[in-house]
Design a protein around this ligand. Structure first.
Ligand code: MSP
Length: 512
């Protein structure tokens, strides 16, 4: 049986239209999903929208709409974004769907049966924008208003009857779990923050609200709706048809391989989620990775600062692969990353148009002029040929290791080095001077075509549309791509025809 890999994005609040931060999480998740698929894994990739809670209810009120129609409308924009980003997700879950409600109610009932939930009264600070409870020392006064220190969002005082989950009871088991699974939380710096937070003591968590109605009702008490985070986190198993533990999706894919999220929602994923699951006797996910923020001109993007880069506008102007490549390359994964349109243009010109586009163009037009768009026959590798081809064999295990440890910048660096090496090889070998030595000319062209094939496979998880165009010239279709094949040097069949290729990335003219 094939090994399985389950990757998720956060499910997005459909409170406003999607922005670059959402696009970033989704693009990176798609990179992992596509890589693991070509590595031969059975992959399930999930994304979707998180539609209950006070934040959504208020946004709907402000728009003068009922919450369900409001969610239908905005969830659609996230669904459309998943298409525009060319995500290869296997499912798109909405928390207002019945399959999800069923799953949440089941989890709640189990927690209640196991005596993990009790009724009491909550009084404390709540941020509707973060859908989070904050203790006194987590808030501060700014301009005479109480805000969360971590997110800066306003908090309001809440006092109402509420169900509580016995989180305090799970402090020790959680610490034991982190200890036994040292890579559960990545990156390392974030893991340390979480562990010291847990060590400082966990209070029981309010898991229901009474003062509004937009949510899943507590099964035994219709006056309460289930806390939106308990509801939302459950999406990761409801998409696998939980509570049916015998369902193939659940059996194959749970526990998840990787929950990819932003650093601001780490506490929910690395503390609350495993605690709920441990309490319900369900295994926790294998890994939670908290990536950084996307900043624009060193600041968080916001309408008032006028520094928003809208993913849809950027894609319209530069194409989806340019944005995908740029975000994956530019942001040091795990840290905040500063992006700008100028840097995006530089990146397109240097990496995509010059290094990748030109390599393909030069080799194929040389082939067209000299061997009539054929894969050469009769060639003999010399030491230099083998040396450049061997880079892929020698680094094969490292590349897999980079992906499995979320070291995506190392993965991109390897590609950049290989692009540089391939262009240099073609220049240094000067095939245009080898017209009297057909065998050498053939060999240089063959090696160069093999390098294009290998680099395209490496780039496929990042820029699928463009690399599929390139691989198509060799008749390699999406379902045929095998990561393993980058180790082999004789994949291209001698004497078969290759197709011509149109310009892959247009250089952006600068006016200065
Ligand atoms: N609905 C919750 C997630 C529930 S998951 C069970 C949520 N939604 S969100 O729409 O507010 O945010 C979704 C993701 O986008 C989070 O991982 C958040 O970190 C990420 N980003 C939002 N703005 C961002 C940036 N500017 N940069 C990078 N990612 C950021 O939280």
């Amino acid at each position: 049986m094939r090994k399985s890999y389950y990757i998720t994005t956060p499910i997005y609040y459909p409170s406003a239209k999607p922005h670059m931060g959402h696009a970033y999480s989704s693009i990176v998740a798609d990179f992992f999903a596509r890589f693991k698929r070509i590595q031969g894994f059975d992959v399930f990739f999930l994304t979707g929208t998180d539609e209950h809670g006070q934040k959504i209810q208020r946004s709907a009120q402000n728009a003068n709409m009922d919450p369900q129609s409001f969610c239908d409308q905005i969830s659609k924009t996230f669904f459309n974004l998943s298409k525009t980003l060319n995500l290869s997700n296997d499912d798109f879950i909405r928390t207002t769907e019945n399959r999800h409600k069923k799953s949440v109610i089941n989890l709640w009932k189990i927690l209640e049966e196991k005596n993990e939930i009790y009724l009491s009264k909550y009084s404390g600070w709540y941020s509707v924008s973060d859908e989070a409870f904050y203790s006194e020392d987590e808030i501060e006064d700014v301009d005479n208003k109480k805000v969360s220190k971590a997110s800066g969002s306003p908090v309001e005082w809440v006092e109402e009857e509420s169900y509580f989950f016995k989180l305090s009871k799970w402090q020790k088991p959680l610490l034991k779990f982190y200890n036994e699974n040292p890579n559960f939380i990545l990156p390392e710096s974030r893991k340390n923050e979480v562990i010291s937070f847990v060590k400082s003591g966990l209070k029981d968590l309010s898991v229901s609200r009474k003062s509004f109605s937009w949510g899943i009702q507590v099964p035994s008490n219709k006056d309460h709706v289930i806390y939106v985070w308990l509801d939302a986190l459950t999406n990761y198993i409801s998409a696998l048809n939980y509570p049916d533990k015998n369902d193939n999706l659940y059996k194959n894919f749970w526990p998840a391989s990787l929950h990819l999220i932003g650093k601001d929602i780490l506490r929910f994923h690395a503390i609350y989620w495993p605690a709920f699951l441990l309490a319900a006797n369900i295994p926790p996910p294998k890994r939670v990775y908290g990536h950084g923020w996307i900043l624009s001109n060193e600041q968080k993007m916001s309408k008032s600062k006028g520094n928003i880069l809208d993913p849809l506008e950027i894609i319209k102007k530069y194409g989806v692969d340019s944005l995908r490549y740029y975000l994956i390359k530019e942001v040091s994964f795990g840290n905040d990353g500063n992006i700008s349109e100028e840097k995006l243009e530089n990146c397109i010109n240097s990496d995509l148009a010059n290094n990748f586009g030109n390599l393909c163009q030069r080799v194929i037009s040389f082939n067209e002029k000299n061997i009539n768009l054929k894969i050469p026959q009769s060639f003999k590798f010399n030491k230099e040929d083998l040396q450049i081809l061997n880079n892929y064999k020698n680094n094969f295990d490292n590349l897999i290791d980079f992906v499995d440890n979320q070291k995506i910048n190392e993965y991109v660096n390897f590609i950049q080095d290989q692009l540089f090496a391939a262009n240099k090889y073609f220049n240094d070998q000067e095939p245009w001077k080898k017209k009297a030595d057909q065998e050498r000319l053939n060999t240089i062209v063959y090696v160069s075509l093999e390098l294009i094939r290998k680099i395209s496979i490496l780039l496929y998880p990042i820029i699928p549309t463009t690399t599929l165009k390139v691989l198509d010239i060799f008749q390699i279709k999406e379902g045929d791509i095998e990561f393993n094949s980058i180790k082999n040097d004789l994949i291209l069949k001698s004497d078969s025809k290759i197709k011509k290729i149109s310009i892959l990335f247009k250089k952006i003219e600068k006016n200065d």
